[in-house]
Design a protein around this ligand. Structure first.
Ligand code: DOR
Ligand code: ZN
Length: 445
């Protein structure tokens, strides 16, 4: 592994940004300097005009392996990840079989060890019955990031709806609980009403009335109540409404272990896009109004939203072309999440430190990821170089399903180079082939 000096970059962290240089040695960051140090025997790369940040840690992906590999697999999606500046990912449990015990977790770790181009980790899935078992796994030091609780049902039918089970899960200590919040009975009633009006021909613009803001608000309220009652470390996933932002802001004051995520989809799109995009904008929770989008952008800027996960959820183009009722929810976005957020930030003058925090530092902090997520001496050299001056139109992604809702849209900044554990993994939009450099994520308890 070569010794490297990345010089003259705009180095951006969650706390600061300055012009400087970063050294890499043995796969780790060997130093960070203002200006350019004189070092002997290093290969220098001049990053004048470019931004250097810690590689993104995407703690919310659905890579579909095992069981759904006609849509995607760890090899294909980790390539799309790296091309999007994502150097580590944590995969969700709604695979087939679902990741709800040690055997399925270990199977995923083994598979990722064989094919992943990015560092890899997995969340374990909660069921109505497995809280005690998850507690045991935590005691054994099992290698998973967090505990995913579907408080609303979505792709994969992993709904947890027994009140006692939710109490038991929210009492878990030592790991972060992640929730998908959409109230099931509200969604069901809305769907029934839409079917009575439209029959089978429900227009996609109904999606945000079926998967409604009321469903999100009620379910997020319940998750926050539980977290306040039990002192839970809770990460609310894919926040999509202005009301939830305010509820989370309040709750954080009373339990600092509460954090929140949104995805670039809710920062970029609005319900005005359903007519144009149809099933290609159908995801759960639904994309809401332009006013919600504004509130979420502001919440990201203020830090009420802590992290951005892509919620990368590939489905085949032919599946997404089906009428509303047969069209699966989910958008393949991992390759475009960071460029989309960078574009929004550049357009709106949001400090890039907010992106370093939301894409890398807070994900590492929330899940206790060891030695990654920050530009710090001794940390793994997971790095992304962004070019804020390169405008481009997003093409088809490397994702196995071959499409993205961002295709054809214009971005202001591009992913220029990506290092994983000190090895160049992608440059100029292409994977650097022929190396195995990924590692499993390790967690502090
Ligand atoms: O839109 C979604 N797609 N929401 C989810 O909760 C799951 C995801 C998927 O796995 O397709
Ligand atoms: Zn998801």
């Amino acid at each position: 592994m070569s010794r490297l000096l990345l010089k003259n970059a705009a180095i951006v962290t969650g706390a600061t940004s300055f012009k400087g240089s970063l050294g890499v040695d043995g796969g780790r960051i060997s130093g960070i300097w203002e200006g350019v140090p004189s070092l002997a025997g290093v290969r220098e790369i001049d990053l004048e005009g470019k931004i250097l940040m810690a590689g993104a840690i995407d703690t919310h992906v659905h890579f579909r392996e095992p069981g759904l590999t006609h849509k995607a697999d760890i090899g294909s999606e980790s390539a799309a990840a790296v091309l999007g500046g994502v150097t580590s990912f944590i995969d969700m449990p709604n695979t087939a079989p679902p990741t709800v015990n040690l055997a399925t977790l270990e199977d995923k770790l083994r598979r990722a060890g064989e094919t992943s181009l990015a560092n890899y980790g997995f969340h374990i899935g909660a069921t109505n019955e497995n809280a005690a078992q998850i507690r045991e796994y935590i005691g054994l030091g099992a290698r998973f990031a967090g505990v995913k609780v579907f408080m609303g049902s979505s792709t994969g039918n992993m709904l947890v709806d027994r009140e006692g089970a939710l109490d038991d899960l929210f009492k878990i200590k030592g790991k972060t609980i992640l929730t998908h919040c959409e109230d099931e009975s509200i969604v069901k009633a809305n769907l029934k009403r839409a079917e009575s009006i439209y029959g089978e021909e429900i227009p996609f613009s109904e999606h945000s009335r079926i998967r409604s803001r009321e469903a999100c608000v009620k379910s997020t309220g319940k998750a926050l109540d539980l977290a306040l009652r039990h002192g839970t470390r809770l990460h609310i996933l894919h926040v999509s409404t202005a009301e939830e932002v305010e509820m989370i802001r309040e709750a954080k004051l009373r339990n600092p272990g509460i954090t929140a995520e949104t995805s670039a989809n809710y920062l970029w799109f609005s319900d005005e896009d359903y007519d144009r995009m149809g099933g290609r904008l159908k995801c759960n929770p639904s994309v809401k109004t332009a006013a919600d989008r504004e509130a979420l952008i502001k919440a990201l800027e203020e830090g009420v939203i802590d992290s951005i996960g892509s919620d990368h959820a590939p489905h085949l183009p032919e599946e997404k072309a089906r009428p509303y009722l047969g069209c699966p929810s989910g958008l393949p976005t991992i390759q475009h999440s960071l460029p989309a957020a960078l574009t929004i930030s550049l357009n709106r003058g949001i400090p890039l430190s907010r992106l370093a925090s939301a894409f890398s530092e807070m994900p590492a902090t929330i899940f206790g990821i060891e030695d990654r997520g920050f530009l710090r001496e001794g940390y793994h050299a997971d790095l992304v170089v962004l070019d804020p001056n390169r405008e481009y139109t997003a093409g088809p992604p490397a994702s196995k399903c071959g499409w993205s809702p961002y295709e054809g849209l214009k971005f202001k900044g591009s992913v220029d180079m990506v290092w994983v554990n000190g090895s160049l993994a992608a440059a100029d939009g292409k994977i650097v082939e022929g190396r195995k450099y990924s590692r499993p994520l390790l967690y502090k308890s």
